[in-house]
Write a protein that binds this ligand. Structure first.
Ligand code: C5P
Length: 207
């Protein structure tokens, strides 16, 4: 079965997707990492993520880049969000995601457009979301734990900008698929959110 986990940044979708993959023994692909690699490669090429040709050229990033810790930074996330607007970039990354989704035995993919574009036939679709203050607080705690001192207000502002860009783009905007189950984790602990997600997928599993 294909499990699609979509949602905005810092909603907890990555944690939930990894937990679902472990629980159901399915391979997992964090598709945001592919877009982050493109964003990072644009920078390494000395290009501009807002330029469609520069962004497309960066899609030829080497696989080794996927292990670069810098991909997890806020700065790379922002570059990824800018580069991911271009239809040619989304097209260039489509086959890789589609192949992963349709492998025998199924898979879990998390991103923005898994349930709407990459695998509309997914057997289970979750749209994981949370309020901006809840997501900003989680991100702040995570960064604080890594010894990075960032103002909560700056994180909130960054989340709002990224949400607006991801939801407002013409090609594959961030939105819940019509048949997705919305899981709002604002008032849930990590374990509660994971348990709720497992129960939702369980209910959709073929008998
Ligand atoms: O999920 P993550 O924060 O790692 O994604 C980084 C950026 O990549 C997002 O802000 C979004 O613009 C883009 N993205 C996308 N489609 C996906 C996954 C990520 O456009 N399936």
């Amino acid at each position: 079965m294909i499990v699609a986990v979509d949602g905005p940044t810092a909603s907890g979708k990555g944690t939930i997707a990894r937990a679902l993959a472990a629980h159901f023994s399915l391979p997992h692909l964090d598709t945001g990492l592919l877009y982050r690699a493109v964003g990072r490669q644009v920078l390494l090429n000395g290009g501009d993520p807002d330029d469609p040709a520069d962004a497309l050229a960066a899609c030829a990033f080497p696989d080794a880049l996927l292990a670069d810790p810098e991909l997890r930074s806020e700065a790379t996330g922002s570059l990824a969000s800018r580069a991911s607007i271009h239809p040619a970039v989304r097209q260039a990354l489509f086959d890789r995601q589609r192949k992963f989704a349709t492998q025998p035995g199924g898979a879990v993919l998390d991103g923005r457009d898994i349930g709407t574009v990459i695998a509309p036939e997914a057997g289970a679709k979750l749209y994981v979301t949370a309020s901006v203050p809840a997501r900003a607080k989680r991100r702040w705690l995570e960064m604080h734990g890594q010894g990075r001192d960032v103002a909560l207000e700056a994180i909130e502002e960054d989340l709002r900008v990224r949400d607006a860009r991801d939801s407002g783009r013409k090609d594959a905007p961030l939105r819940a698929a019509d048949d997705a189950v919305v899981l709002d984790t604002s008032n849930m602990t990590r374990d509660e959110a994971i348990a709720a997600a497992i129960a939702l997928v369980e209910a959709r599993r073929p008998i």
